[in-house]
Design a protein around this ligand. Structure first.
Ligand code: FE2
Ligand code: FE2
Length: 281
């Protein structure tokens, strides 16, 4: 489905990712860029330095060994996990109110952070499933399309809910029916314009697709991470648990109900820790 012109202009008007995140995103796709250069990108951005040092010491990011300098962090974490921290912090500071989805200030960030942690929990649960490190970045940005939808659509959540009930369809289908596209398609277009790696773009685009059209470990992990993030109570909003799911996703990752429950518990524990590292309760 084509994205309406007004939303495409909205994508161009939205502030792009911060410069540090853009450089790290390029580093992720260029093996020539080594740890020393990556450290340089970060060292000049004081806000990012303090966040990286604070968050990289928490358990979800591997932190039993203390990270005291940016060089340490780069060597220990690598570009993918650094990018995860940098983009996560960017989303946290955006503090977007999203009445179109009935999401309040911190909801979108908490949901994104929970999805990213859920991918890490999935990697721990299924270490041989081939879920790449970058999948947690994909989970972090899976709903970025909502940033454009809430800013550039003149619509009300009641319209989406009414359309959903009238046609007896899922929330995201009502979104598509009403606006001509949904936040997953808009998010993928943003990712393409910002030069994100192809597997991250695909995961954004397909996180609500039933069935998933081009499955990969990243896409599958993001679909399940979205569900886990909702199950732990983040980003529920007006959509709540009104999600359709391609059941092949769980089958491909060989994830039963008990395994998924463990992923949710781990996500919840790490999310609590992340909030504490930001002084939230
Ligand atoms: Fe979504
Ligand atoms: Fe989501």
């Amino acid at each position: 489905m084509a994205i309406p012109q007004g939303l495409l202009q909205g994508i161009d008007r939205l502030d792009p990712l911060p410069a540090t995140a853009q450089r790290l995103m390029r580093a992720l796709q260029d093996e020539e860029i080594g740890p020393a250069r990556i450290a340089e990108y970060i060292e000049f951005d004081p806000a990012v330095v303090s966040t990286v040092l604070r968050v990289s010491n928490s358990a979800a990011y591997g932190g039993w060994q203390r990270v005291d300098s940016i060089r340490d962090a780069v060597v220990r974490l690598g570009a993918a996990r650094l990018l995860d921290i940098v983009i996560g912090d960017y989303l946290r500071r955006l503090k977007v109110n999203a009445p179109l989805y009935d999401l309040a200030e911190d909801d979108l960030w908490l949901h994104s952070a929970a999805a990213s942690l859920a991918v890490k929990a999935l990697q721990k649960e299924r270490p041989r499933a081939g879920i790449p490190e970058t999948a947690s970045i994909a989970a972090l940005v899976h709903d970025i399309g909502k940033l454009v939808m809430v800013r550039f659509l003149k619509a009300d959540v009641k319209q989406i809910l009414a359309r959903r009930d009238q046609r007896n369809i899922a929330f995201v289908e009502a979104e598509r029916d009403l606006f001509g596209c949904d936040h997953a398609e808009v998010g993928a277009e943003m990712a393409r314009r910002w030069g994100f790696p192809a597997d991250i773009t695909a995961a954004i685009e397909q996180h609500h697709s039933v069935p998933v059209t081009s499955p990969s470990p990243t896409v599958d992990a993001v679909v399940l991470a979205n569900l886990a993030a909702k199950a732990v109570g983040t980003g529920l909003g007006a959509e709540a648990m009104d999600l359709r799911l391609d059941e092949e996703v769980g089958r491909r990752l060989k994830l039963g109900f008990a395994d998924f429950s463990r992923v949710c518990i781990q996500t919840m524990t790490w999310l609590k820790e992340l909030k504490t590292s930001y002084g939230m309760h």
